[in-house]
Design a protein around this ligand. Structure first.
Ligand code: PMP
Length: 390
């Protein structure tokens, strides 16, 4: 087997450098642990950037579902359907707000579907989508147009109709709505923006405003769903229902699944011929997703995220670390605001055998698998506290 350095060198030679210099070459994962090609072990408190999902790396039930389905049928195209995709959609809609599901593979694609759905539902001439400062919705041109800031540099012009307002500010949203507005797209808790939690008044006001103005409310739950924040979906913290919800990362249990969920009123807006994705909903990924949703229910992972997450946040607050200005978030979606470069903490953590992640300049993020064993969690959080103290 190649050494880590050999794989890193080959990566530099053959792989486009859009992610910058890769830091490790990974070979194995189990629960909340990862191993690199030199055999070094890491505690993963970021769940493979959310992609390893809420059940951790290579959960045996998900691995078995993938193995079984891979031996039966992997792809058949969307003239046909399959049971795993129906099972996954049933589980999502039952825990969310009913309606129907469109499948793709990633968060950005799920948001492209939501954008098209919102424009189609709103009707001719209503094309504007309101999003928020510090949001993140993806890198494809539609989703990128809805993601203000540095991500757009060099790729202009953006899609017309993207309107950006401050997060958690209802008056700003009200001011921004006009006759050309199709809808609002919001992360119910911002992830890449630094784990920002809006107020319940704001989210409930936003729901009412969208209803009153007859525009759609879409929640981007690519990071926050399912179960991560201590609810099945983060919008449930605010006792509201969106018209559209987008999912990716954890919903595939380690396999690429993106989903755009439309509430009953909008469930048939994307009618025949309006949208598509050749590999969307194919049975191997869908089986992994369905197994994930079943595991979350069977193992009470929603409650576990809520309880353990609060304990972790409190432990970091109680440690009284001088560089820590705030600890915020919900469930296992935790942001630590620090007054030193968050990236330095991330790099030092990796060298110490711990995967955590920076957001913007000054936020350190924790998003462990919800299945992480208590002793491993304690060890990992202890390491985070030590690193922050340095
Ligand atoms: N929406 C949110 C809230 C995200 O955090 C991300 C990625 N971090 C995306 C969309 C894009 O997801 P993907 O990388 O799967 O396209």
């Amino acid at each position: 087997m190649a050494t880590q350095q050999e794989i890193l060198n080959a990566t530099n030679e053959y792989i486009i450098p859009n992610y910058g210099q890769r830091m490790r070459a990974m070979v194995r994962g189990e629960g909340a642990r990862l191993w690199d090609a030199d055999g070094n072990e890491y505690i993963d408190l970021f769940a493979g950037f959310g992609g390893a999902g809420v059940c951790g790396h290579c959960h045996p039930v998900i691995v078995e579902a993938v193995r079984k389905q891979a031996g039966l049928l992997m792809a058949h195209g969307n003239f046909f359907t399959n049971e795993p995709q129906v099972e996954l959609a049933r589980r999502i809609t039952e825990q969310a707000f009913g309606g129907k599901v469109f499948y793709c593979h990633s968060g950005t694609e799920a948001n492209e579907a939501a954008l098209k759905l919102m424009r189609l539902a709103a009707g001719p001439g209503r094309y504007k989508i309101i999003t928020f400062e510090n949001c993140f919705h993806g890198r494809s041109m539609g989703a990128l147009s809805l993601t203000p800031g540095k991500y757009q540099t060099g790729f202009e012009p953006m899609l017309p109709g993207s309107v950006v307002v401050p997060y958690n500010n209802l008056a700003a949203v009200a001011d921004a709505i006009d006759d050309e507005t199709a809808g609002v797209l919001i992360e119910p808790i911002q992830g890449e923006g630094g784990i920002n939690v809006p107020s319940k008044d704001f989210m409930q006001g936003l729901r009412k405003l969208c209803t009153d103005k007859n525009i759609l409310l879409a929640c981007d739950e690519v990071w926050t769903g399912p179960a991560r924040t201590g609810k099945w979906f983060a919008h449930q913290h605010f006792d509201i229902q969106p018209d559209v919800m987008t999912l990716a990362k954890a919903i595939g249990g380690g396999m690429p699944v993106g989903a755009c969920v439309a509430a009953p009123k909008y469930a048939d807006v994307l009618g025949p011929g309006t949208h598509g994705c050749t590999m969307g909903g194919m049975p191997v990924c869908a089986a992994a997703g369905a197994a994930t949703m079943k595991l979350i229910a069977d193992e009470n992972l929603v409650e576990r995220a809520a309880q353990r997450g609060e304990k972790v946040a409190q432990a970091i607050r109680d440690a009284n670390i001088s560089c820590v200005k705030e600890v915020r978030g919900a469930g296992f979606f935790i942001g630590i605001q620090v007054d030193k470069p968050a990236r330095d903490v991330f790099v030092a953590a990796l060298d110490a055998g711990l995967f955590i992640c920076p957001a913007r300049e000054h936020v350190v993020r924790l998003a462990p698998p919800l299945t992480i064993a208590d002793d491993l969690l304690e060890k990992g959080v202890g390491m985070v506290i030590d690193l922050l103290r340095r």
